[in-house]
Ligand binder design. Structure first.
Ligand SMILES: [Zn+2]
Ligand SMILES: [Zn+2]
Length: 310
């Protein structure tokens, strides 16, 4: 009898270890190669061919921040903290602006608190994002998740926002689902303006559809007048250490965060492609939405500026 109990306990222990490995460490590594996924020469030639006055600055306005165990952002990272920024990006031209991302509002932020000591929300910054959308030529988003759309979904003047809002088809289709409440009809019924291909959207700015994290996920390639090149990668990864380690979020996040699920196979390839693009173009500034330490480093290097232009 004791022998059977021991065997059962051993089998149970093996099962628990295997399940833990699957949930928190396994099936998250990038493949050895992902050829043809990111074509920087195509983006550069689109920008060159279209011409126009290129932007002069990239600005990032943080509306809130938080922290979580790094394990949430990178499989197998059993130590370390992920400092999380929630923000919106402003691309500044000589006479105009673009806004990319609607961040989150206070009530959405309060519903997502991970670490009460590190969490904060800046109401004045959120109001600034809302206002900046109405002076921008275009308002776009990297993807349709709630922490990237709320200043759009709950904008106090949706009629003024709608003509500026440039979404792709999956973003238009799923915005009502992620808007955390009733979406104004003028936004709900807005037809997509992006065509779902790699597309020039403004001088120096190209949108690159990259379904995976969500169906409507897209990257933005931006070239400034001074020649600096940027790739905004949204939530493809949450921490740039995922690119360095070629390791995406753990399977666990699929069960506790995402509905619908991410396309993990697509993201693993994207992690490889971004990694290899950075190796081949060391001057390229890659930045994800939420990596607060990385954004701080870019600010110190003068690559981005905190806060929106007035
Ligand atoms: Zn997301
Ligand atoms: Zn996000």
């Amino acid at each position: 009898m004791l022998k059977w109990i021991m065997r059962l306990a051993a089998a149970l222990a093996v099962f628990v270890i295997a399940a833990g490995w699957w949930l928190f460490a396994g099936f998250s590594k990038a493949p050895a190669a992902a050829p043809g996924l990111l074509d920087i020469d195509q983006w550069r030639s689109m920008i060159r061919d279209a011409g126009g006055d290129l932007p002069t600055e990239i600005r990032v306005l943080e509306v809130g921040h938080d922290s979580a165990p790094m394990l949430a952002a990178r499989a197998g990272a059993f130590t370390g903290q992920w400092l999380t920024s929630y923000n919106s990006v402003q691309v500044v031209f000589p006479d105009s602006t673009l806004v990319i991302g609607g961040a989150l509002d206070r009530s959405t932020s309060e519903g997502m608190v991970q670490s009460p000591e590190d969490w904060s929300f800046d109401d004045a910054a959120y109001r600034k994002v809302v206002d900046a959308m109405l002076t921008a030529d275009k308002v776009l988003m990297t993807h349709e998740h709630p922490d990237h759309v709320m200043a759009i979904a709950r904008h106090p003047d949706p009629d003024a926002l709608a003509p500026r809002l440039w979404l792709n088809a999956p973003q238009s289709a799923t915005l009502p689902q992620f808007a955390n409440g009733e979406l104004p009809a003028v936004l709900r019924d807005l037809p997509p303006r992006l065509d779902g291909t790699v597309q020039w959207v403004a001088p120096g700015v190209v949108a690159i559809p990259m379904a995976g994290h969500s169906p409507g996920a897209q990257l933005f390639f931006v070239t400034l007048q001074n020649g600096h090149e940027y790739l905004m990668i949204g939530d493809t990864v949450w921490s740039m250490s995922s690119i360095e380690d070629l390791t995406m979020r753990p399977v666990f996040t699929q069960f506790v965060v995402f509905d619908p699920d991410e396309d993990r196979a697509a993201i693993r390839k994207q992690v490889r492609a971004i990694h290899d693009l950075m190796q081949a173009n060391p001057q390229l500034t890659v930045f994800p939405s939420h990596d607060r330490i990385w954004l701080g480093k870019l600010s110190e290097e003068g690559r981005i500026i905190w806060g929106f232009a007035d």
